[in-house]
Design a protein around this ligand. Structure first.
Ligand code: ZN
Length: 462
């Protein structure tokens, strides 16, 4: 009898291995990951943990056999880790297949005395860093908005914060209130789904368009800023009535001179500008399985002068997600190559055997090393003498760009505060992208938030 049972278990284990390993790619390709929910009567959902073993989500079985999913950090990881009841969101959705699949054989679980009809699903080890995530969460404070922190040379996402947030532990109780709250849209992951005007952070791409249309030679560029530029009946002004005077391209960038950039816009080939924006994934999906919105870039050959000028300074119809802005900044930091962003470091069985690991992969080379070098130099100047000087008195170097993105919704106007940048400029460590809704200028709000995150990173000794 014993012999027969053992044989049966081996067969089942063999079947599970076949199903999981051999069929896996096929099933993943079918994409309908929630199909795996039919496994819930056989498998206890795996945990989401960080590389240092911090548990972000885990399932416990109650005495009556029901299961409870717990999120120890409550609101801090809310959007990126997501939830697994009332539908699924965040990594709970993106990694659902892995969490509801077990590579630990039934035989193994019986051997370990774990036999209770159900087997334990695999654990998903994520790239998120609790120190950085908490720093970003508290630095954003009570602002609505988002923060993304990533490694430019690997594509690893270290932190992703969105506010207003929610407590995934009580999502079922609060569901009705939250889905009907259009004012806060707390369930929306603003980092990946929030579409914002990029404001002056977009001057990174406008500058690149200028460089590419002028054979990377910008020494001949000069502009005399008188504080405003009018073409037909549209007038673009520099922030706060500033008059920047004589500028080269680098000082125009560092001062975030709207007038100079509106003028650059008028002289760009719109078709080529649009091609560049689309190469950088505007009007396209980002290379990630995490739910996100596509950024929007509308300029084309027939666009009016006014729209051309506002687009060049990051206003107009252009919309971007904070995650996308982080990726664009990463491309500069990484010498022109955009890495594929990722959240899952590896998949492990419940008892720690590695099932699979993510290897960093390049999405594409989007600009030359030389162009990335020029943009880095300009972004360094922004921190040294321009709108990002609050970051220049740190124990680390930063290259960045601020943005003050003006918007109008139903007659109400306001200014969102942006910062994108990277630290340890010569060998970049991390990229930080911040947007604080209604935070005013970039230097006012987003820069101090970014500084708190860079500080936390270096204080932790990374
Ligand atoms: Zn100016």
């Amino acid at each position: 009898m014993t012999y027969v049972f053992a044989f049966m278990f081996l067969l089942m284990a063999g079947y599970l291995i076949y199903f999981n390993v051999v069929k896996r790619d096929e099933i993943n390709a079918n994409a309908n990951n929630t199909k795996q929910d039919s496994q819930s009567d056989k498998i206890i959902r795996g945990s989401i943990v960080t590389d240092d073993g911090t548990v972000l989500a885990s399932t416990s079985v109650n005495s009556d056999g029901t299961e409870t999913r717990t999120y120890p950090y409550e609101n801090v990881f809310a959007h990126v880790v997501g939830y697994a009841s009332n539908g699924k969101a965040g990594l709970e959705a993106a990694a659902n297949y892995d969490l509801m699949t077990s590579h630990s054989s039934l035989l193994n679980q019986i051997k370990n005395g774990e036999n209770n009809e159900k087997i334990k699903g695999d654990n998903v080890v994520v790239t998120l860093n609790p120190v950085i995530q908490q720093a970003a969460y508290y630095a954003l404070g009570s602002y609505k908005g988002a923060v993304v922190v990533m490694e430019p040379d690997s594509g690893k996402i270290l932190a992703m914060v969105s506010k207003p947030d929610f407590n995934p532990n009580t999502i079922s109780e609060e569901w009705e209130t939250m889905v009907s709250d259009d004012t806060n849209s707390s369930l929306l992951n603003r980092a990946a789904q929030g579409l914002y005007p990029p404001g002056s952070t977009f001057k990174i791409l406008t500058t690149l368009a200028y460089l590419q249309q002028n054979n990377d030679i910008y020494s001949g560029f000069s502009f005399d800023c008188t504080g405003s530029l009018t073409q037909n009946d549209v007038t673009i002004t520099c922030y706060n009535g500033n008059v920047h005077g004589a500028e080269d391209l680098k000082t125009a960038f560092a001062h975030s001179c709207n007038t100079a950039f509106a003028n650059i816009g008028l002289n760009l080939d719109n078709g080529a500008f649009r091609k560049l924006a689309e190469k950088f994934l505007f009007n396209n999906s980002l290379p990630t399985s995490l739910t996100h919105s596509d950024s929007v870039f509308k300029l084309d050959k027939d666009t009016s002068y006014g729209e051309v000028m506002t687009t060049a300074i990051g206003q107009g119809d252009t919309l971007v997600t904070p995650l996308h802005m982080a990726l664009i900044t990463s491309t500069v930091a990484n010498g022109g190559i955009m890495m594929t962003p990722y959240y899952v470091e590896r998949i492990e069985t419940y008892d720690g055997d590695v099932v699979s690991e993510t290897r960093p992969s390049a999405y594409k080379e989007l600009m030359s090393t030389q162009e990335a070098g020029i943009l880095t130099d300009f972004m360094k100047e922004t921190v040294n003498s321009g709108t990002g000087t609050a970051l220049s008195y740190s124990g680390y170097s930063v290259a960045g760009k601020t943005g003050s993105a003006e918007y109008e919704t139903n007659g109400v106007t306001g200014t969102h505060s942006w910062f994108v940048g990277f630290s340890n400029v010569d060998d970049p460590d991390i990229v930080v992208a911040v947007i604080a809704e209604d935070g005013g200028t970039g230097s006012q709000t987003a820069v101090p938030i970014a500084k708190a995150i860079f500080d936390a990173y270096y204080n932790a000794g990374y």
